[in-house]
Write a protein that binds this ligand. Structure first.
Ligand code: CO
Ligand code: CO
Ligand code: CO
Length: 327
């Protein structure tokens, strides 16, 4: 999408009500309605990641809602986007997908307004979501400051594990674990983040952990150091990686970051660790940049909300702005 948007004329960026546009690779766009109220809007949809249609619906909705949470906003309304092969697939499957989505919309405290469906040989599902936020409390990916700690709220390795699932290499317990991870809302993580006044935030999705942190580093004009030993990884990801279950998108992420000189790896970081750190995730956790003085409070709040991880994975530095060092 970023590559296509670059082809558009830029003058629309100058509207003063546009608080966050597409120029800084942020998660969602923000439009000011009044000094106290802004709209936050995002859209995300994709092909099935799991076989069970209800679970796919939950995951796609949690993933779309996540971009609202990553801005520190509250989702209020959602619209379904459904592409479906009417005629060749039972409509009950479509109903299960939408039911999964609706359950997540309700859990988020938002309201389903409607949606749109298109006849398509390959099913696709997701949501357009609108949220609200106090414009003074927006959390973008551009506010990380040297001295901040970076906290991750879900384990990574989702792309590798779901590829293993598609190839029949994953245990039923492993499949259930990764399904629940993807279907878990970032709601609690976002509540904790806004309570401590985080400096910056993004969620971990298709561009992988390092890809999204790189966007944060560039948007914030700051450097980042990631301590790879502290990054939480799904246990199943390591053997599946060994078995070659790496999605094409993850390989592309790694190539792109290498070509851009985005990441400097210490000699101790092997190929397996690089593949995990750049693995494309679906509905991953939040990466939160927080001042040292508020870090303990953030970790306590994440524990209270029962987030799947609450790991300090690195820090923001003044050195090498716009680049990541992995140690
Ligand atoms: Co995002
Ligand atoms: Co998105
Ligand atoms: Co953001």
């Amino acid at each position: 999408m970023a590559q296509v948007l670059r082809l558009l004329p830029q003058q629309q960026e100058h509207d003063p009500r546009l608080l966050v546009g597409h120029s800084t690779f942020d998660d969602a766009g923000v439009y000011e309605l009044s000094p106290e109220l802004a709209l936050v809007q995002t859209v995300d949809y994709f092909t099935p990641v799991v076989d069970n249609p209800y679970d796919w619906g939950r995951i796609a909705a949690a993933n779309a809602l996540s971009d609202i949470y990553a801005m520190g906003a509250t989702p209020i309304t959602a619209l379904n986007l459904l592409n479906f092969p009417v005629g060749s697939l039972d409509l009950a499957i479509a109903a299960d997908v939408l039911r999964g989505g609706l359950d997540k919309i309700r859990e988020a405290g938002a309201v389903l307004l409607g949606g749109h469906s298109v006849q398509d040989d390959e099913p696709k599902y997701g949501l357009a979501v609108t949220g609200i936020v106090d414009p003074r409390r927006i959390v973008t990916n551009a506010g990380a400051r040297p001295g901040d700690s970076l906290v991750l709220t879900k384990p990574i390795g989702v792309g590798i594990v779901t590829t293993g699932l598609k190839r029949g290499l994953l245990s039923p317990e492993g499949a259930a674990r990764v399904t629940e991870l993807m279907a878990t809302l970032n709601r609690g993580a976002a509540a904790a983040m806004t309570a401590v006044g985080a400096s910056a935030c993004t969620d971990v999705t298709g561009f992988g952990l390092l890809g999204h942190i790189w966007e944060m580093a560039r948007a914030s004009c700051a450097g980042v150091v990631i301590d790879s030993d502290t990054v939480p990884v799904l246990a199943e990801a390591w053997p599946l990686l060994e078995a070659g279950a790496v999605p094409g998108g993850s390989r592309a992420n790694q190539r792109h970051l290498d070509e851009q000189g985005a990441v400097e790896y210490a000699g101790s970081i092997d190929d397996a660790a690089r593949a995990i750190l750049t693995d494309a995730n679906t509905s991953g956790g939040l990466v939160i940049a927080v001042r040292e003085a508020r870090l303990g409070e953030l970790l306590d709040l994440l524990a209270q909300h029962g987030t799947l991880a609450r790991s300090v994975i690195g820090r923001v530095v003044a050195d090498h702005p716009g680049r990541i060092r992995v140690i």
